[in-house]
Design a protein around this ligand. Structure first.
Ligand SMILES: [Zn+2]
Length: 516
């Protein structure tokens, strides 16, 4: 078995999904979970793109114990310097610099000749290598590049000191056979290729990202880049959980293994879905809600007689609990609660623990049977609640609903400059009345794009999780919140989306987007 490295870009490419804007605390919690999952490398962000991204990358770099932390940079000295500032305290710092090599990108986007692209790449790899022990160079749009030209530039950047060469299918255009051939070509035609690792990075525009990644591995790639739940630009990246489980389940066919702790997959997937407010489709491979349910009677019968008749992956392999295990109730004490949290691998300060315990007690006061999922939701809300900014806060609200008259909401909000406003409006439904009233109090142009309500775990007394997608001054923002009451969860999710916009546009935090 040869070992394939997993390069996770959930926090960089994944975070470029429309509507997703993670704050520093959310990124840090995802990074910690990725380390528990056992990824080899975390692409934590693009430090030169914004102050917020710089700080998040730095915090992750300072925190990771065993995982290599890599940051994205353009082929510009100042980007490389900024990345080094963010990463210098990391145990295993690395940099990822990229430049496009396809004729269409060089001519229309970069307006550079192929010779200039080689010269710039070589110069910047050399510059990065003066600081970073590990330098990854990417040929953006590699799959639409001229192969002899690609071989020429790769040879030169290896001579300049690159350790990893990444050949992305930036626009999700390649087929598995073609993409595999590109790696084979470099293996055969670049004289110094054995000095570096080859990496693949695939987008899912044609639904072939995972197949393309595996084709690359079969042709010499030893690193796979991707994101949890396959999130990312447009149709997203290769879903890392699919790559890892495919290699595991078909180890009779593929002589490759990853270092992923497979039974951490479900928790990682849930956390990413929750914090990005990007839901996983029910029929998604490996982590979808239906991935392990059998609807047809013939299948159910077969599975009951012998699991392997229809089930190639066991739920336990990827950390899916058979039933939503009941764990603590009304009479559970602080000690039992603390032990449970340690099982999740999450560390809480004394204040956070107290806050979590109070929220837990509040749930049990309502006679709720509290599940693992509830506890995890509570502690993640506490861990990721950013207190550092001036934001909108809900002081109070009331919704009047009856079958005979129009639903009416009365809302009192505090604005980011600590002023209080109150309004009352009617709507066609309770949530609409609430949202219309809040919209009238917020000094931004707001339009609701999507609204979803889910229950955490199950049962009548489940926690409600609300997801909202808003257009704020024309920009798409996701928001989320959970609460035992659906209206409270809905109101908080709405405010959460607005506050993410405010944080993103706070001074020095405007973000520059890149593709790769
Ligand atoms: Zn990408």
């Amino acid at each position: 078995m040869s070992r394939i490295k997993i390069f996770d870009t959930t926090l960089r490419d994944g975070e470029q999904s429309p509507g997703v804007n993670l704050n520093k605390l959310e990124k840090l919690e995802i990074a910690k979970q990725l380390e528990r999952l056992g990824v080899d490398r975390i692409e934590a962000g693009f430090p030169a793109s914004s102050k917020g991204d710089f700080e998040a990358v730095k915090e992750i770099a300072d925190t990771m114990e065993t995982t290599s932390v890599i940051a994205l940079a353009r082929t510009v000295k100042s980007d490389i310097d900024t990345a080094w500032e963010a990463l210098k305290a990391a145990k295993k710092p690395a940099i990822h610099i990229f430049l496009a090599t396809s004729p269409i990108h060089m001519e229309y986007k970069l307006r550079k000749t192929p010779e200039e692209v080689i010269e710039t790449s070589v110069e910047m790899v050399r510059y990065a290598k003066e600081r970073f022990p590990e330098v990854q160079w990417s040929a953006e749009d590699a799959s639409r590049s001229d192969l002899p030209f690609l071989a020429e530039i790769i040879e030169k950047v290896i001579d300049a000191g690159a350790n990893v060469i990444n050949l992305p299918d930036t626009v999700g255009y390649a087929t598995p056979e073609e993409y595999g051939k590109m790696f084979k070509y470099m293996k055969d035609n670049v004289p110094n290729i054995d000095q570096v690792s080859l990496s693949c990075h695939c987008h899912d525009d044609l639904g072939m990202a995972v197949a393309n990644s595996i084709a690359a591995v079969e042709n010499g790639a030893t690193q796979v880049e991707g994101a949890i739940n396959g999130i990312g630009e447009r149709a997203g990246n290769a879903a890392l959980e699919e790559v890892a489980v495919a290699l595991k389940v078909r180890s009779d066919f593929y002589p490759y293994e990853t270092g992923l702790v497979l039974n951490e997959i479900k928790r990682t997937s849930d956390l990413v879905a929750k914090l990005t407010a990007m839901h996983v489709q029910a029929n998604k491979a490996i982590v979808g809600r239906n991935a392990f349910s059998h609807e047809s009677g013939i299948h159910q019968d077969g599975v009951l007689k012998h699991v392997e008749t229809y089930e190639i992956i066991t739920p336990a392999m990827v950390g899916v609990q058979e039933a939503n295990t009941l764990f603590l109730g009304k009479h559970s004490g602080r000690h039992a609660f603390k032990e449970k949290i340690q099982e999740f691998g999450v560390e809480l300060s004394d204040t956070e623990l107290q806050l979590a315990f109070d929220k837990f007690k509040l749930l049990t006061d309502h006679n709720k049977e509290v599940t693992d999922d509830d506890i995890y939701t509570i502690i993640m809300e506490i861990k990721t609640d950013s207190e550092e900014m001036d934001k909108y806060e809900i002081e109070s609200f009331q919704v009047y609903y009856g079958t005979e008259n129009s639903p009416t909401a009365v809302v009192r909000l505090t604005s980011p400059d600590k002023e209080q406003f109150e309004a009352a409006l009617t709507g066609n439904g309770s949530v609409e009345a609430l949202y219309k009233t809040m919209e009238s109090l917020i000094g931004e142009e707001l339009k609701l794009i999507d609204y979803q309500l889910n229950s955490v775990g199950g049962g009548q007394d489940a926690l409600a999780e609300a997801y909202v997608q808003l257009s704020v001054n024309g920009e798409v923002m996701n928001g989320r919140s959970s609460h035992q009451d659906v209206l409270m969860a809905s109101a908080s999710a709405y405010i959460n989306a607005v506050n993410r916009y405010i944080l993103k546009h706070s001074p020095g935090n405007q973000k520059r987007a890149v593709s790769q």
